[in-house]
Design a protein around this ligand. Structure first.
Ligand SMILES: [Zn+2]
Length: 220
């Protein structure tokens, strides 16, 4: 009934979709996303930066309509997009060549006051959806962002890598030890956020930590 009055729309171009579709992206837009290959790829970091991440899984390139949709998801109060992005991420995990068995899913946290202003943590919403689809528990309280960092987007690359030094701490070590973790975030740029989260998890005893992101500005 609800779908009759508010039919699902494509998250990328707003076209009306058939009721009951699982992913809110129309066929045309789905064909235009710059998809990445279905494999875990290394998180390349500049020389001298220690890498704590066992690899990344990424849906597609951060450009065109995917970029616009992610911007709306984050900045224009479109939290409902988590269903579509979560499903794209879950598909990526399912279709990945290396079959990694994840024990838990952990979203990249926002600093408390930031989450309050935005009203939601986009990574947490997606992680919940991925958890439902893959049937792997989502643990939202294992990582804390301990201080607010300068907005990554206004900093130069080198500043960004330093800006996040030790901004994250793992809280419940007992639940982390020896666990293979899928860390969820929306966008990967320098990789410093992901790397710092991996660092906190690894120092708490995590097994493998692989980051699943919707889009990246990088070439892989
Ligand atoms: Zn579309």
């Amino acid at each position: 009934m609800i779908e009759y009055f508010f039919p699902p729309r494509c998250a990328l171009c707003n076209a009306i979709l058939k009721a009951g579709v699982a992913i809110y992206i129309c066929e045309k837009c789905a064909g235009e996303i710059g998809y990445y290959k279905n494999s875990v790829t290394p998180l390349n970091l500049p020389v001298g930066i220690q890498n704590y991440c066992d690899g990344i899984l990424c849906v597609g390139r951060y450009s065109d309509s995917l970029k616009e949709a992610l911007r709306r998801f984050k900045f224009s109060n479109k939290p409902s997009y988590y269903r579509t992005f979560g499903r794209l991420l879950a598909l990526k995990v399912e279709n990945t060549e290396q079959k990694v068995r994840f024990d838990i899913i952990v979203p990249v946290p926002l600093y408390k006051s930031k989450e309050k202003t935005r009203g939601y943590n986009q990574a947490e919403l997606m992680a919940g959806q991925v958890s439902k689809i893959l049937n792997v528990p989502c643990e939202k309280r294992l990582l804390n962002k301990t201080f607010e960092t300068k907005s990554q987007s206004i900093l130069k690359k080198n500043e960004r890598l330093l800006n996040l030094q030790d901004a994250f701490v793992a809280i419940n070590q007992r639940m982390i030890v020896n666990k293979n973790i899928l860390l969820i975030d929306d966008i990967l740029t320098t990789g410093s956020t992901v790397n710092q989260c991996c660092k906190a998890l690894k120092e708490a005893g995590a097994g493998k930590v692989i980051a699943g992101v919707v889009a990246t500005t990088r070439n892989y």
